[in-house]
Design a protein around this ligand. Structure first.
Ligand SMILES: [Zn+2]
Length: 285
């Protein structure tokens, strides 16, 4: 039994880097019969109590599970963490992650991480009761970087999205979570050895002969990735929780590398035969 929904509510992110005039019609092509509505950012005008809840789901030690996180003590509503959560644009402040950073960790150590499932639970508590049934799917585009704990290697990993209701798609996650091409890390290490400040132009130089093989901040291609993750979020319901596909030429491919993301969402832009058939079945009901 696939779950049938008729209404999709999409919440725009605060940073205005997504083009919903592109994203919504693209999703609608796949789901011509459902109603898709774009709303204000989900975390618009939050109060200081909610802001404190957000600080409580931050991850400051990526090598410990959620219940062992040290936690942040906030001192009243003018606490810098509360102010950070309540105001946009949020300044990137240094989080307290203490890692003896390997290269992969270094890439997002300046960003604050939030437990993705805890955030999903927190946002879920504020969804209006009339819209918290299976007929409604909520997709939240969010700039905060989410992560989930893996029991396989006992650490948190940045994530592009968590599926469910609501589904959260992290715009920062699209840039930070899938690994960049190997050459990028090699260049990063070289820069570190020579103690050169990270300079994006310099790093970009290694791809100068080509279009960049990864989505960076300010990259328009993030819109196509956003479409792909929204489709994955919807297939989460159609497939009863198992939306991913092994075919790299399918938009449901679970990309771990930026190059895979670009191939599955931009070069290809379609579904494999199996998922296409499933979509037809869904649309025919
Ligand atoms: Zn597929």
């Amino acid at each position: 039994m696939m779950l049938k929904f008729n209404n999709v509510h999409i919440y725009r992110n605060h940073a205005k880097n997504l083009d919903f005039n592109v994203i919504v019609p693209e999703i609608q092509k796949y789901f011509p019969k459902i109603s898709i509505e774009v709303r204000q950012p989900f975390l618009n005008n939050i109060d200081n109590v909610f802001a404190e809840s957000l600080t409580s789901i931050r991850i400051s030690d990526i090598k410990k599970p959620f219940n062992e996180q040290p936690g942040i003590k906030v001192q009243g509503k003018f606490d810098k963490n509360i102010v950070y959560e309540m105001n946009f644009p949020r300044q990137l402040i240094f989080s307290d992650i203490n890692n003896n950073s390997s290269t992969t960790e270094r890439q997002y150590k300046e960003l604050i991480l939030y437990d993705g499932f805890m955030m999903q639970r927190l946002l879920g508590t504020t969804i209006n009761e009339s819209e918290s049934n299976t007929d409604h799917v909520h997709i939240v585009f969010e700039d905060r970087l989410i992560c989930t704990f893996s029991e396989e290697d006992w650490r948190y990993h940045a994530r592009t999205f968590v599926a469910g209701n609501p589904s959260i798609i992290s715009t920062t996650g699209i840039v930070e979570a899938p690994a960049k091409p190997k050459e990028w890390y090699i260049k990063q290490m070289q820069l570190a050895i020579y103690d050169i400040d990270r300079d994006d132009d310099q790093i970009d130089g290694i791809f100068s002969s080509n279009v960049k093989k990864y989505i960076d901040y300010g990259d328009y291609r993030i819109n196509f990735a956003a479409v792909g993750y929204a489709i994955q979020a919807l297939f989460f319901f159609i497939t009863e929780g198992d939306p991913f596909c092994n075919d790299i030429n399918c938009r449901l491919y679970n990309a771990h590398w930026q190059e895979e993301l670009l191939q599955s969402q931009i070069q290809n832009k379609g579904l494999c035969n199996k998922h296409d058939a499933l979509l037809h079945q869904f649309n025919a009901v």
